[in-house]
Ligand binder design. Sequence first.
Ligand code: ZN
Length: 336
Amino acid sequence: MEIFGMKVEKGQKTFGNVKVGELANFTDISIPVLVARGSHDGPTLWMTGAVHGDELNGLWGMRKFFWDLDTSKLHGNVVLTPLLNTMAFVDRNKISQVDYLDLDQQFPGNPGGSYTERIAHIVFGEMKKWANYVIDFHTMGHVFSATPYTVSKIVPGAKAETVQAAFKLARAFGVYPNCHLNLAKAGGELPGTTSGSIDILCMQNNIPCFMAEMGAGGRWDEKVIQTILAGIQNAMTHIGLLTGEFKKPDKQLIITGRRFLRSNRGGLVRMAVEPGQFVKKGEKLASIYDFWEEREQLVADKNMFMIATRFEPVVSTGDRMGFVGYEWQEMDWDTD
Ligand SMILES: [Zn+2]
């Protein structure tokens, strides 16, 4: 197996920095790549992270997973690109200041394009060649607190069996909330209908892929990192890369409609709800204050499940106060 020019023998791990460009000051821009080839044949799972540079929990989860992994027990291969957007990472930002493009809107990339388009091209070329499954680690933005959840998409043009395999893999990961979105219907949300993302391109190329949205950006969250480690183990067992115990989740929430809640007024926000909480229509979500009065009270206009709530207290008109599911079904794991 030779990937990004790195040779990997059976039962071995290899790793290195892969050059993706150069800066004006003559230094290389590179991304870390880690590959584990099992002692036994099997499929290749590719896990990728920090396509948005400030989304950090996946990085540490993948690093720990890789060094704990015993390749003598691995049936297949694991490829990790834990830090795709290195320049945005340096900026502690979602996008880089090299060309201000969102890397997760540039796939499959362009070899003659700008910096970010070229990274997408280099990575997706290898991904298409090797990956049988992809898990794409994200977080919510750094202004939020968020409960870990997955996102699998019904992508127009993708095969039904690919859509089903991605949905099952996402559920096997084992967290309670799982968004399953029909892109033909999803409108007005972010990222929702965004084209050029890793998961959409994978799905269009018959590679089941889901997004693991693991907590919030700009910080480590140890509980979330533990969720990531358990989820990777579960997903790998589900697709046969590992044998052993598969920890079936109990009930799962399948969210088919979701949206952001936004403020109308500016000021300082005090949230009345927490991520992971169900809220009934009419219940208070948040208040926005100045130094004299309560300027706005946000109330749930329907029953909601809080995926994320605002962590950072400073808001202007139209800022995002929360991210909620408003259409869902609670299901047993077995009865999909
Ligand atoms: Zn992201």
